[in-house]
Each structure stands twice: as structure tokens, then as C-alpha cells.
Design a protein around this ligand. Structure first.
Ligand code: ADP
Ligand code: MG
Length: 176
């Protein structure tokens, strides 16, 4: 399956990656799994993607709620007057599979719209239909001696497609 790797020198790389995905129509109904340790930049990337899709206002991290819903008004990918629904999940604190049904996550994952999933590993047997896996890792060069902590902002990023929609997203990254 298609795959794309790049470096983000700093957050402007994160934002450019998000903008390229946001320009691809396949993102509107995709499920994107975000892999990486605490502080890797999963939420930061999500904020850039949501902004690029037209989400306004505060974008809270869903760590405590597990899911935060958003609506992108005036999303360039949607027909005029239609809103793009976005579900931002963070399963870091998810430990009771019964909550999956009770909280209605099954319905959310099968509904229309974009789903972004932090810590998919914590609910991997329950999440269906991941189109794209994105792996974000701090760059190894940051381990070099004498690195200024301000410079510890580069990331190594890999996107791997699982489905046709995922391939379209990878192609959008390759061709932009
Ligand atoms: P996660 O959701 O993966 O736990 P966050 O996005 O909450 O991580 O935190 C990432 C932190 O790293 C933020 O403080 C962000 O400003 C900082 N950061 C520095 N450089 C980058 C980068 N290139 N991409 C994303 N975040 C970065
Ligand atoms: Mg996060």
C-alpha cells in the first residue's frame, strides 16, 4: 500500500502537511489514526488540519472526554451550505470496552465525516475502517549534543494507506 515519509523542521511543516491533506476531497470521510508518544504532535497536527478545513473557535484536546465533535462551516471540500462533521478522538484514557457501546462510538465511526484518532492502539480491536495511519516521531537529530531545546521541534512523519481513500490522501501528499 502507498506510503509517504517526510520531515517537519518545525510546526510550519506540520501545518503544510495538514494543508495538503485538507485539499484532498478524500479527507472528508476518512478515518485517520495518529500514532506517536505523548507530546509527539498528534493534537497539534489535528488543530492545523481542523483550521485548514474551516473549523473556527477553540479546539480542545479530547483527552478527558475521549471525543470532541467539530463542524467545519464553509469547508472548501463541501458543497455550498453543507457542514463537514469532524470527530476528534483520544483513547489515551479509554480502558472499559463497555464504554464503546454506551458512548455511541460505534455509531460515530460509521457516520459521515472525518474521524481523527489519537491513541488508536488503546481501542484497536474496536475501531474499524482506518484509511490512513500517520506516525509522528521526534527527530533523532535532537539527541545530538549541544542542541538548543528551542530547536527540538523537528519530526519524522510517515503516512501509510490502508484503503483506497488512504491511497488518495497519500497521493495528495506526494503530488502537492
Ligand atoms: P500529542 O497530542 O502527540 O500528545 P501535542 O500536539 O499535544 O502532542 O504536543 C506537541 C507539542 O510539541 C506542542 O507543544 C507543540 O507546540 C510542540 N511542537 C514542536 N514542534 C512541533 C512540530 N513540528 N509538530 C507538532 N508539534 C510540535
Ligand atoms: Mg494529544
Amino acid at each position: 500500500m502507498a506510503e509517504w515519509t517526510e520531515h517537519w523542521d518545525d510546526e510550519s511543516g506540520t501545518s503544510s502537511f495538514a494543508a495538503r491533506l485538507a485539499a484532498c476531497p478524500a479527507v472528508a470521510h476518512a478515518t485517520i489514526a495518529l500514532h506517536g508518544d505523548l507530546g509527539a504532535g498528534k493534537t497539534t497536527f489535528t488543530r492545523h488540519l481542523l483550521r485548514a478545513l474551516g473549523v473556527r473557535g477553540r479546539i480542545k484536546s479530547p483527552t478527558y472526554a475521549i471525543v470532541e465533535p467539530h463542524e467545519a462551516m464553509d469547508c472548501p471540500l463541501m458543497p455550498a451550505g453543507e457542514v463537514l462533521a469532524i470527530w476528534h478522538f483520544d483513547f489515551y484514557r479509554f480502558d472499559d470496552p463497555r464504554e464503546w457501546e454506551d458512548a455511541g462510538f460505534r455509531e460515530l465511526f460509521s457516520s459521515a465525516g472525518l474521524k481523527l484518532v489519537e491513541w488508536p492502539e488503546k481501542a484497536s480491536s474496536l475501531i474499524n475502517g482506518i484509511d490512513l495511519d500517520v506516525y509522528i516521531e521526534p527527530d533523532d537529530t535532537r539527541l545530538d549534543a549541544d542542541v538548543d531545546p528551542e530547536g527540538e521541534s523537528s519530526r519524522h512523519v510517515t503516512a501509510k494507506a490502508r484503503t483506497l481513500a488512504g491511497r488518495r490522501l497519500v497521493m495528495a501528499l506526494q503530488n502537492a
